[in-house]
Design a protein around this ligand. Structure first.
Ligand SMILES: Nc1ncnc2c1ncn2[C@@H]1O[C@H](COP(=O)(O)OP(=O)(O)OP(=O)(O)O)[C@@H](O)[C@H]1O
Length: 234
């Protein structure tokens, strides 16, 4: 079943026509990976879904209902979580406060999730009373991911979770996304192709603000030509 459908969206940032026809679908229970070189438009695509970079043309539907005219908080209230590339944590709040502000509920399920998160990222427990602004880049990234895991979202948009993290933590994050898959549909922007291909089900390649290729991740793993052409690997 298609949970999110992005159909031929166009987005301007200021006077620049950044997205010029991006289309993709996220199927329920799958990890959909958006790939493409730097500046291709992947972040802008996620921001457009969240209503942070409003589209000028095209349609975005969630559970078959259009959401592209809604303000960001209404999109978020539909159960769509977002881990932005720039982390979006509060520098003046402690790790604990950052987590509490993110919680939509404080029920047993949320507390169980918190326990799971602190096992996943023990660093956050160590720095529980430290202000967000004083964390290292990697710790900020962990906090940002943790904030998105705390609520039971139906869809999670994650922008480059591996950025700034040590390889062992990247692996942990990827495994956590795999665990999340049981409950949450995921759209992932990821430059680390090895990680992306490990957990991704379907891929879409964005180039120059357009979707240029899509398919099963299994196929892309073997398509050296495509990887070389658009991703600069192989
Ligand atoms: N505020 C802005 N105003 C004008 N152009 C912008 C703005 N923000 C981003 N861009 C441009 O939009 C294009 C797409 O950027 P975007 O961040 O979506 O790419 P990306 O695929 O996520 O790249 P990366 O992998 O480097 O994060 C880039 O050419 C970028 O320079």
């Amino acid at each position: 079943m298609t949970l999110l459908k992005v159909d031929a969206i166009e987005t301007y940032l200021g006077q620049y026509h950044i997205l010029q026809g991006v289309s993709f679908e996220a199927k329920k229970g799958e990890v959909t990976v958006l790939l493409g070189r730097n500046g291709a438009g992947k972040t802008t695509t996620l921001r457009s879904v969240m209503g942070l970079a409003p589209i000028s043309d095209g349609v975005i539907t969630y559970n078959n209902k259009p959401i592209h005219k809604l303000p960001t908080y209404k999109i978020s209230n539909k159960g769509i979580g977002f881990v932005p590339e720039d982390q979006g944590i509060f520098n003046d709040l402690t790790v604990e406060e950052n987590m509490k502000v993110a919680m939509k509920k404080k029920d047993d399920v949320t507390m169980e999730r918190l326990e799971w998160i602190l096992k996943l990222f023990p660093d956050l427990k160590t720095f529980w009373h430290k202000k967000g602004g004083y964390l290292s880049g990697g710790q900020k990234q962990m906090l940002s991911i943790a904030r998105s895991y705390i609520n039971s979202n139906d869809l999670l948009l994650i922008d480059e979770p591996s950025k700034g993290l040590a390889p062992i933590i990247v692996e942990k994050v990827m495994r956590s996304i795999q665990e999340m898959k049981e409950k949450t549909t995921v759209i992932l922007v990821e430059q680390n192709f090895m990680m992306a291909s490990m957990i991704g089900d379907r891929f879409y390649i964005i180039d120059d603000g357009k979707t240029v290729h899509s398919g099963d991740m299994k196929e892309l793993k073997e398509d050296e030509q495509l990887k070389k052409q658009y991703l600069g690997i192989a």
